[in-house]
Every structure is written in structure tokens, then in C-alpha cells.
Design a protein around this ligand. Structure first.
Ligand code: ADP
Length: 419
């Protein structure tokens, strides 16, 4: 083009003007291509790529390639998001995603149904504004989310909801919801049945025990009947002990909340339990006591007594007369601790995790021979749970066992007058 302009310029004698016109035409031509390129970029979805020629074709091809790659990734992402949404919608559990301040970012259909959410309007709203229950507010704000919270939700009919908060990311939380009405109803029925059955069994047993005592005390009784009568009385006493323990367990189970409690003199309680062991006709030779008399435990005295008495009773029952028992109560930075150590037969490692199950016995024969109900450690576990405490069991077979109750620091106070 410049060549043609130069030739025209030379012929006409106006070289600069001819060249200038040529350059201007060139710029205008490229500018028109730029405009067409711009128009195509804006209306890419409606029109095909323009044929602009030269270097422009490379640019158009490059843009097409980038665009195709972007569309491919977008489609994949959308498909994945859709699949995830469909999968979570199909979950039988409710799922709610919460941001750091408790605002709802997303929820599935089941959560909408269980919490009565209104769809998009509720996105961004704080969950504790929608579910206005003090227990839930405390659970959400609290630090311990290891266990779900059980909430009664139904007004007319009884309905129960299990809510479990699972933290993830940077302060975000996942709230899992489950309708546990059926399970809770069955559990309540089971508890009621055990409590009622134990209660109903107690009266006839009292009558039987009473008559057995009267007959055994009868001087005119044939001496041959004395041994079977004694055995019947022993078995009746065992039944009474089992029923008594079942009722204690039922009462403990009925109380869900944690104990507030008053200061308990654990040192005095252990000293009394020690005396009771020494007063038995048969007891381990040595029962030592190492206690911190200045610290008090905050709890329910009757419940704590029944827990410690069970541990001491087991140690005394399972330890031979030549053995030793040690009772300890001490306080450190972690809280208060009460331990019962014996030199009895010990417990196999495999049995330790199952020890607090109802009626679980390591050696059924041995337990029955000692008159055990198989419920003692289940009672201990429940009492400790109600005090926010844990039970640690350490044992070596043929060497002995140590049962330690660990109480949290807020349950320990100094005795009045000791600062
Ligand atoms: P039980 O009334 O039968 O003693 P527990 O619930 O108190 O029931 O204890 C459960 C089982 O744990 C017992 O049957 C016994 O086998 C075992 N056990 C408990 N304490 C001791 C101990 N100090 N030494 C050895 N075994 C023990």
C-alpha cells in the first residue's frame, strides 16, 4: 500500500501527502477491524468469530481457546455443585452451614423441614434468632461440641431433635439435625419399664423375705430345712440388692442435668468407708487412707457416697484377706481425684472398657459368690457423669486394680476456715 502511495506521489509530485493519506487509510482499516473484534467480543454468544485476516486471526483463535477452557471448567463446576446439592438434599439428616457469627449460609431440604426455615429469606439470619431456645444458645456458644444436644420441640405432640455442631474451616460450623423422636420414645419406655418392674418386684420380695425370716427363727423347725432356708434368704437378699440398684440407676437416669451440690468432706467419707470395711467379718489385712482434709468436693453427698461406697465395696469384695486396699483423695491443678487401689485379682485389659455396662461381670461365678449385682460400676459411671467427672480404670491381672474418679477443678473448694 505504501509502495503504491509512493509511486502515485512520485508521479503527481506530492510524495508526503500521498504517504500520509496511505498511513491514514491503513490506520482506519485496522481500526475498523478493531471495532469488529470488539463487537464480536461483546456478542460472542450470538455471532461466530469474524475473519479479520493477518495477526488478528491469531488473536481471535487465542480468545476462542481461552473461552472454551473457561466454559469447560464452569460446566464441570456447575455439575459438581448440582450433584452435591442433590446428594445433600437426599440426606435423611438436616444440614445447615453457619458462618463465624452463626449466620446461615446454606441449608438442605430436611433442615428446612425440621427447623421450619422459609427458604432464601432465612439465608444470612442468625440461627439462634430462628431457634430461640436458651439451651441451644448456650450449646452453640459453648466450647464442648463432642456430643449432640437433645431438644424437645413439639408443642402438642412430643417431638425430639438432635442437634450436633461440627466446626470446620475458619470459624464456620456445620449443624447436623436429626429427628430422634422415635429413639427417645423407645428409650423413655425402656427406662419407665425398668423403673416400674423394679418397683413392682420390691413389694412381693419384701413379703417373701419377711416370711423366710419368721420361718428361719422358728425353733420347732426341722434342722434339715435350715441350710435351704439360709440359701433362700441369701438369694432373696441378692434379689433385693439388684432391685435396689436398678431403682438407684433409674433415678439417676431420670435426672439429666448436672448436679449443683454442696461441699462434701471426702476425707471424712473415705475414713468412714474404711471403718466399715474393717468392721466386716472378713476384710483385707491393710486398708490405708491418704487424704487431703482441707479440700471439699462440690456435689450430691448421697450420690457421691454411693459411688465411692461401690468402689470400696468392690475392692474389699475382690481382695483376699492377705491383700491391701488404699483409699486416696487429693487435689491438684486439674481438679479433685479420688482413687481406690487394691491388690486383688485384677481385670483383663479387654474387659476394662465394658466394666461399667449393666450386669457386665468379668467372672460371673466370682461376682455371684460375693453377692454382686453387676450394677455397681454402672451406678458409679452415672453419678460421675452427673458431676462432670470421669472414671479411670487401671489394672494388672493378678496384681490388682486402681479405680480413679477425676473431678473438674470447679468442683473443688477449700474447707471453710482454711481460706
Ligand atoms: P458387681 O456387683 O458384680 O461387683 P460391678 O458393676 O461393681 O458389679 O463390677 C462389675 C465387674 O467388674 C465385677 O463383676 C467384677 O468382675 C469386676 N470388678 C469390679 N471391681 C473390681 C476389683 N476391684 N477387682 C477386680 N474385679 C473387679
Amino acid at each position: 500500500m505504501l509502495g503504491v502511495a509512493l509511486a502515485i506521489g512520485l508521479i503527481s509530485g506530492q510524495v508526503p501527502i500521498a504517504l500520509l493519506l496511505a498511513v491514514l487509510a491503513c490506520v482506519a482499516w485496522q481500526f475498523s477491524k478493531l471495532l469488529r473484534f470488539d463487537y464480536w467480543l461483546r456478542h460472542r454468544s450470538r455471532s461466530g468469530p469474524p475473519a479479520l485476516g493477518g495477526a488478528w486471526d491469531d488473536v481471535v483463535a487465542q480468545v476462542l481457546r481461552i473461552h472454551r477452557r473457561k466454559r469447560y471448567h464452569k460446566e464441570r463446576f456447575v455439575t459438581l455443585a448440582r450433584e452435591l446439592r442433590d446428594a445433600t438434599a437426599a440426606l435423611p439428616d438436616g444440614v445447615v452451614l453457619l458462618d463465624a457469627r452463626g449466620g446461615i449460609t446454606w441449608f438442605n431440604r430436611m433442615a428446612q423441614q425440621l427447623l421450619g426455615l422459609r427458604g432464601r429469606q432465612d439465608v444470612g439470619v442468625r440461627i439462634d434468632n430462628l431457634l430461640r431456645r436458651p439451651e441451644f444458645g448456650a450449646y452453640l456458644a459453648g466450647g464442648d461440641h463432642s456430643r449432640p444436644l437433645l431438644l424437645r420441640t413439639g408443642e402438642a405432640t412430643e417431638a425430639w431433635l438432635s442437634l450436633h455442631v461440627l466446626p470446620y474451616g475458619e470459624g464456620q460450623r456445620l449443624l447436623l439435625l436429626r429427628d430422634v423422636t422415635r429413639e427417645t420414645r423407645i428409650e423413655t419406655m425402656r427406662k419407665d419399664f425398668v423403673a416400674n418392674a423394679s418397683h413392682e418386684l420390691r413389694s412381693p420380695l419384701t413379703v417373701i423375705t419377711g416370711y423366710l425370716e419368721t420361718i428361719a427363727d422358728d425353733i420347732a423347725l426341722d434342722p434339715a430345712l435350715a441350710p435351704p432356708l439360709a440359701e433362700m434368704r441369701r438369694q432373696a437378699e441378692r434379689m433385693a440388692a439388684i432391685i435396689g440398684d436398678l431403682l438407684v440407676l433409674s433415678r439417676l437416669e431420670a435426672k439429666e442435668e448436672q448436679v449443683d451440690g454442696r461441699p462434701i468432706d471426702v476425707a471424712a467419707m473415705l475414713a468412714q468407708l474404711r471403718n466399715e470395711v474393717l468392721a466386716r467379718p472378713q476384710h483385707p489385712a491393710e486398708v490405708s487412707l491418704m487424704v487431703d482434709p482441707n479440700d471439699r468436693l462440690l456435689g450430691d453427698e448421697l450420690e457421691i457416697h454411693s459411688a465411692f461406697a461401690n468402689l470400696v465395696d468392690n475392692a474389699a469384695k475382690y481382695t483376699p484377706a492377705s491383700g491391701r486396699i488404699a483409699l486416696r483423695w487429693w487435689v491438684d491443678r486439674d481438679g479433685g481425684h479420688c482413687s481406690v487401689t487394691d491388690t486383688g485379682p485384677g481385670i483383663p485389659a479387654a474387659a476394662i472398657p465394658r466394666l461399667t455396662e449393666r450386669f457386665y461381670r468379668v467372672d460371673a461365678g466370682r461376682s455371684r459368690a460375693t453377692g454382686g449385682s453387676g450394677l455397681g460400676l454402672a451406678i458409679v459411671k452415672h453419678v460421675l457423669q452427673r458431676h462432670g467427672a470421669t472414671l479411670e480404670i487401671a489394672s494388672v491381672e493378678d496384681r490388682g486394680s486402681t479405680f480413679t474418679c477425676h473431678f473438674p477443678a470447679h468442683r473443688v473448694v477449700a474447707a471453710a476456715g482454711n481460706g
